[in-house]
Design a protein. Structure first.
Length: 181
């Protein structure tokens, strides 16, 4: 059955169609939530909440993007909201003094650095940088979309991307020379 037909049946509150959409997207959306949360139980909770929210708001889905992209945004926002409530105490930097990131800059790392080390470095970033880096590099959002999701300006998104990349490079450089923790 076509995705458009499934969505239309879901709009008519067809439970079988809802289960079909759930089966089609649950695994991929779980992976998205896991990339943000790193905890299976939290990711499962966010996944369930996201599907409930999607089915409650399915009338708002207009087909301008694929259903998967629309659902992914709900999962990403749910994951970020969960993390924000978990860590309410964060210190804001005055980012007006930072230069704007150019996403075309070099993102390569030395050959001796494994993907796991890169992931660990991303996970150790302060959350405001981690969210932008993850949304840009892992989820593939552009700065306009990141700005909308995080309720920041595009300039702030670019700046946080640059700053996050700088932190990652420093963490990986320390590891490669054996001077890091």
């Amino acid at each position: 059955m076509l995705q458009v037909e499934l969505v239309e049946r879901c709009k008519a509150n067809d439970r079988k169609a809802q289960m079909d959409l759930y089966r089609k997207y649950a695994e991929g959306m779980f992976c998205v939530a896991m990339r943000f949360l790193g905890n299976e139980h939290d990711a499962e909770d966010i996944l369930q909440e996201s599907f409930v929210k999607a089915f409650q708001r399915i009338e708002q889905y207009r087909g301008e993007v694929s259903f998967g992209a629309w659902l992914k945004r709900i999962v990403v926002n749910g994951s970020i909201d969960f993390l924000k409530t978990k860590k309410m105490n964060s210190i804001a930097l005055n980012e007006g003094y930072m230069r704007v990131a150019d996403e075309q800059e070099d993102w390569t790392v030395s050959d001796g650095v494994s993907l796991d080390k890169v992931k660990q470095a991303i996970n150790r970033l302060p959350e405001k940088y981690r969210y932008v880096v993850q949304l840009f590099l892992v989820e593939g959002y552009d700065h306009n979309e990141i700005a909308e999701i995080l309720n920041i300006t595009e300039t702030t998104s670019r700046t946080r991307l640059l700053r996050g990349k700088g932190y990652i490079k420093e963490m990986l450089k320390d590891k490669s020379y054996g001077t890091g923790s």
